[in-house]
Design a protein around this ligand. Structure first.
Ligand SMILES: [Zn+2]
Length: 292
């Protein structure tokens, strides 16, 4: 099916792909911001309105898939070009999941603003803004193929994790002090979890064997309360599970940022043949055993 993004050369097509991803990033970032504004202004109508972009986000994701499939089929791209398309597919999947979380947040805010405030709301909003900025910087780093920016995005997740832990324990305390706050605290807690999940979505890994994706995952550190749930570890687990074996030789692992010592060592033990990372998909060579 033809889309409005019909173009000629590979570079033009790649630029079109980047354009749709930038558009999608703008939409999901706007969705999150609208939900946070609704919480700040205690505006239930605005919270309900924050979810309307959902359909457009899904349409754009579909458009990216069609374009990527057509580019692969028509041009049979190799090496760098293929990596750029795979990175685009990964980014669109991440953004679609971020849109889902933004929608969850807006739905919770709709209920929260009907209940008495407990005082932690400004901190929740601040955390949400931090994460929204990370998402928009991650999209920019991808579109501009800016490795330094991608690296800076990774560093900021540590700060988000720290703030998340503080807010989480504050909500627990508020809840314990006064049981009448239980309902609003539960909703706020879920909002904060969704925000943290969005932060995690900025990191993803894909494992490819013979031109096919055999494993993929976002980071699941917070979702699964698993400190080892880095995207690369999760992708290795997914690939081993799907292939029905622990040996991943012949596989290439693509990840958002350079893998940490734990993840590179896991790739080494699983026999992954090569690592590629960053928005410009740098060649990370063969995974080595590294001391943490
Ligand atoms: Zn790691």
């Amino acid at each position: 099916m033809a889309t409005e993004h019909i173009v000629k050369s590979f570079d033009d097509e790649l630029e079109a792909l980047h354009g749709i991803i930038a558009e999608m990033g703008g939409l999901v970032g706007g969705e999150l911001q609208a939900a946070l504004d609704a919480l700040a202004n205690r505006d239930a109508d605005a919270a309900a309105a924050a979810t309307v972009t959902d359909e457009t986000v899904n349409r754009l994701e579909h458009e990216i898939e069609e374009l990527a499939v057509r580019m692969i089929a028509m041009r049979q791209p190799m090496a760098d070009d293929l990596r750029a398309i795979i990175a685009g597919l990964r980014a669109s999947g991440d953004l679609e999941r971020i849109g889902d979380q933004a929608k969850n947040i807006a739905n919770r805010v709709f209920t929260i603003v009907e209940l008495a405030p407990v005082g932690i709301e400004p901190d929740v909003i601040e955390l949400g803004i931090m994460v929204r900025e990370i998402v928009s910087d991650a999209v920019e780093a991808y579109v501009e193929r800016d490795t330094d920016k991608a690296e800076a995005v990774r560093t900021r997740d540590v700060e988000v994790d720290r703030r998340y832990t503080d807010i989480f324990s504050e909500i627990l305390t508020l809840n314990t002090e006064n049981s009448s706050r239980a309902t609003v605290c539960t909703h706020l807690n879920l909002v904060v979890r969704s925000i943290e999940r969005i932060g995690d979505q900025a990191y993803g890994a894909v494992i490819v064997k013979d031109g096919q994706i055999v494993g993929q995952a976002p980071s699941r550190v917070v979702v699964n309360t698993d400190p080892t749930g880095h995207a690369e570890m999760e992708a290795i687990r997914d690939a081993s599970h799907r292939l029905g074996r622990a040996d991943l030789s012949g596989c290439v692992m693509y990840s958002t940022s350079p893998p940490c010592a734990m993840c590179e060592t896991a790739a080494h033990w699983s026999g992954v043949s090569a690592l590629r990372y960053g928005s410009d998909i740098q060649d990370g060579g063969r995974p080595r055993y590294r001391r943490c």
